[in-house]
Design a binder for this molecule. Structure first.
Ligand SMILES: *Cc1c(COP(=O)(O)O)cnc(C)c1O
Length: 389
């Protein structure tokens, strides 16, 4: 294994080495990291539900009744009543015919390509899509095309061309609904429109919109008023704003049955613990009912943007809870993250290949559990980093 060492050393030198911080507390805005309590601005627990008493109680009660492990795959005997009820709830909440649970978002994305496209088909993706979507396309046999970030015009040209040149091929457009490292929202209405015009399938990965966007928190589709016809394949994760674990795909009966029959990342894996499904249902109830969580988050986003711009720091064009500050250089991003940590503030540096080369950044995320005083502290600490402005 010695031959692995030079590459590790090279990564150190390029500022690309990754290290795991050990957390010793629940998720929240004041976690204990390696023995020290810090103020955190990098969790995806946007609504503060990962440690909510009622969600935890639902988890405990379900574990009491159903035990811990699910024992096998959904198609053997791991599909519990709790999983089933959770799927019904997710379908209802998203206004789709059906929903299907997955253990992780990564696996849900792999499921779509493995079940729906093959060698003569096309996949189109935004250049800034999440790695799991990119891997899903790479692992399929379909032809894979990537358009520049948010370049709907270019996508439309490809779709128009392929409709006539390859009338038999399937066309699957896959995009982050909220871009995970930039925070901007995809132009989902235009995408839905051109996909309908060209008889192509649109899949949205709403990992960062679900729970947070839309008047009840059902995500980007609710925000933009897009039903199952406009967005036939909706995927969202359950480990971020929902605060639990896993993911789901929602859509028509035919879509869900096809995934159950064919998706390898659904079939060949053990079902998630039933208690997670119970916790998800409880969390969805809170999301739907407690709209104050979304309102407060929106207020905090507005406050942060206002304070940071009065400091003269440039933000990305994002109105969501993801507010990155791009520093460019890997070492600089690491150094900024370290300076903040020295002030008791946790914001991890995000570097390539998670983001494009030369765009290393501090990916700041806000949560309903933050207060304006927390943001004041962050902005003050950022202001004291000399290369920040
Ligand atoms: C986090 C994320 C995923 C992966 O979901 P997991 O449940 O963490 O595997 C997929 N897509 C996007 C856009 C994400 O941000």
């Amino acid at each position: 294994m010695d031959e692995l060492k030079p590459e590790l050393a090279a990564r150190q030198q390029q500022g690309l080495y990754r290290r795991r911080l050990i957390s010793q507390s629940p998720q929240g805005v004041r976690p204990v990291i390696e023995g020290r309590q810090v103020l955190s601005f990098c969790s995806n627990d946007y609504l503060g539900l990962a440690n909510h008493p009622r969600v935890k109680q639902a988890f405990k009660d379900a574990a009491e009744q159903y035990g811990v492990g699910s024992g096998s795959a959904h198609l053997v005997n791991g599909h519990s009543q709790l999983h089933h009820d959770c799927e019904l709830r997710l379908a209802e909440f998203t206004g789709r015919d059906r929903a299907l649970l997955f253990s992780t978002g990564y696996m849900a994305n792999l499921a779509v390509t493995s079940a729906l496209v093959s060698r003569r088909d096309f996949i189109y993706q935004d250049k800034l899509n999440h790695a799991s979507l990119i891997d899903a396309a790479r692992l399929s046999d379909a032809r894979f095309l990537r358009y520049a970030h948010q370049d709907v015009t270019h996508l439309k040209q490809w779709l128009d061309q392929h409709v006539t040149e390859y009338p038999q091929a399937r066309r699957l457009v896959m995009t982050d609904a909220v871009f995970s490292m930039d925070g901007d929202i995809a132009d989902v209405s235009s995408l839905a429109h051109i996909c309908q015009q060209t008889n192509s399938w649109l899949m949205l990965d709403d990992a960062h919109g679900f729970g947070v966007l839309g008047n009840e928190g059902a995500g980007v589709c609710q925000l933009r008023g897009l039903d199952q016809t406009a967005v036939p394949i909706l995927m969202a994760t359950l480990g971020k704003a929902v605060g639990v674990s896993g993911a789901f795909i929602a859509g028509s009966e035919a879509l869900i049955e096809t995934l159950i029959q064919k998706a390898r990342s659904y079939i060949y894996t053990t079902a998630s613990p039933p208690a997670t499904a119970a916790a998800i249902v409880q969390s969805i109830d809170l999301i739907q009912r407690e709209s104050w969580r979304r309102q407060k988050l929106l207020d905090l986003i507005g406050y942060f943007k206002q304070e940071i711009s009065s400091l003269g720091v440039e933000l990305m064009p994002s109105d969501t809870a993801i507010q990155p500050i791009v520093l460019g250089d890997n070492h600089l991003a690491l150094e900024a993250s370290q300076s903040l940590f020295n002030e008791g503030i946790l914001v991890t540096a995000i570097r390539p290949p998670t983001v494009p080369e030369g765009s290393a950044r501090l990916r700041i995320t806000l949560s309903t559990s933050h207060e304006t005083a927390d943001i004041d502290r962050l902005v003050k600490a950022l202001g004291s980093i000399r290369y920040m402005v």
